[in-house]
Ligand binder design. Structure first.
Ligand code: IMP
Ligand code: MG
Length: 179
């Protein structure tokens, strides 16, 4: 099947090395109580699985994970509205919660999730994002663990999509003009 040309922005090995570093930081920061990691569907799936796989075994054994579904985009442009399409199953009360997202763009999605989750009285609530586009931020949100800051370009792969395609690529690329 034809697809538009892709320029590699972050290759497989670079992703792996950075994710391994983040896993080390997460393990070091929650020495006594491994967090409940909440991945944001669908974009965080690749990142989350690699992050989990890179955790030290003793730490990983105590980690729980779940996913939330949100919808805020159709195609490439933000609609400015976020809707929860799947909630977490666990009670967040008193838990150390770590939101894991693929990319923080305007910040709308993470802002929405932080507000929703804060209401449930977690013991702590932090954000881990593979990619961050600070130039696009409209809603200031904390990003406690950040893989890469990138320019204002539309990226695909490693969970990131354009109209639901390209997610399954195992690197981050920039879409060229369709041919
Ligand atoms: P935000 O709510 O504006 O921060 O946008 C977050 C969501 O927009 C992400 O979880 C992605 O689903 C999507 N998004 C933002 N930028 C990109 C991109 O460059 N490529 C693919 N999806 C993106
Ligand atoms: Mg998308």
């Amino acid at each position: 099947m034809d697809h538009a040309p892709l320029q590699v922005l972050i290759d497989r090995e670079t992703l792996h090395q950075r994710v391994a570093q983040l896993a080390g930081q997460v393990a070091a920061d929650y020495p006594d109580s491994p967090p409940l990691m909440v991945g944001v569907l669908n974009g965080a799936v690749h990142f989350m699985m690699e992050l989990l796989a890179c955790l030290p075994e003793a730490f990983a054994a105590g980690v729980e994970y779940d996913f939330v579904g949100v919808s805020s985009y159709s195609g490439g442009e933000s609609q400015g509205q976020v809707r929860l399409t799947k909630d977490v199953g666990a009670d967040l009360g008193g838990r150390e919660v770590l939101i894991v997202d693929g990319i923080v763009d305007t910040g709308l999605t993470v802002d929405f999730l932080l507000a929703r989750f804060r209401d449930r009285n977690p013991r702590s609530l932090k954000v881990c994002a593979l990619l961050d586009k600070p130039a696009r931020r409209r809603h200031p949100v904390p990003v406690h663990y950040r893989g890469f800051a990138i320019e204002d370009v539309f990226v695909v792969g490693y969970g990131m999509d354009y109209d639901q395609r390209y997610r399954a690529l195992n690197y981050i690329g920039v879409l060229g003009q369709p041919i």
